[in-house]
Ligand binder design. Sequence first.
Ligand code: IPE
Ligand code: IPE
Ligand code: MG
Length: 239
Amino acid sequence: MPQYDESGRLLRVGRDLKHIAFIMDGNGRWAERRGLSREKGHTEGMKAFEKAVKYCGELGLEVMTVYAFSTENWKRPEREVRKIMALLEKYLDKLLEKASEYEVRVRFIGERKSLSDRLQQKIVMAEDATSKYGRILNIALNYGGRAEITAAVNKLISAGRRTVSEDDISGALYTSGIPDPDLIVRTAGEQRLSNFLLWQSAYSEFYFTDTLWPDIDEAEIQRAVENYYKRTRRFGAVR
Ligand code: IPE
Ligand code: IPE
Ligand code: MG
């Protein structure tokens, strides 16, 4: 069960909550409401992301996954795409500089070949530099659930398989070996997956909030966790 301090602040999640995945939505609306550029919204979103990573670590979560850029997000203006990629590069620079401060094993999930060579190199370096840490941060970048499942099946076919099991597919996904998300949090009011973790979310709980991603804070994450603990997870069985 989760632990709290005297003031009611959440300190630790229970062992039955290992993995939270966030669909970080609403950066654009956050900026537009303030008369700012969408790019500015992504800058603020990055700050919120860094704080959320820190808090999720303190809570004792084994895995945190964030949806940073979907396979469909290339449809956005080039300037906006460039800004998102630049912010991620900057984050990797920071991570490479002080990996020991972050104490998180970063992993990128998604198709990499379409990313710039420099970003691809930094991803490899960051994954190597942080591979000794136990807590996992998955960053979904140029990620699409359908593309992931399709790639997994093709991988198995290339390996000579003619029929595949569910375990085979799970094992061929980017998330192989990582527990499925217990809880998926989506900010900014939309109640859809937008091609995120389609396979892995089969029995995830969902928490939707109108809070825009740049405004997400510890209190909102605490609400999501508390909401999770009110659910009864049956996985199809009778309790
Ligand atoms: C951030 O929010 C998610 C990304 C695709 C980077 P959005 O940029 O989608 O914000 P809204 O939905 O336009 O408000
Ligand atoms: C989902 O958000 C992708 C990310 C959060 C990276 P979008 O803003 O792209 O999703 P839609 O277009 O509203 O479904
Ligand atoms: Mg959006």
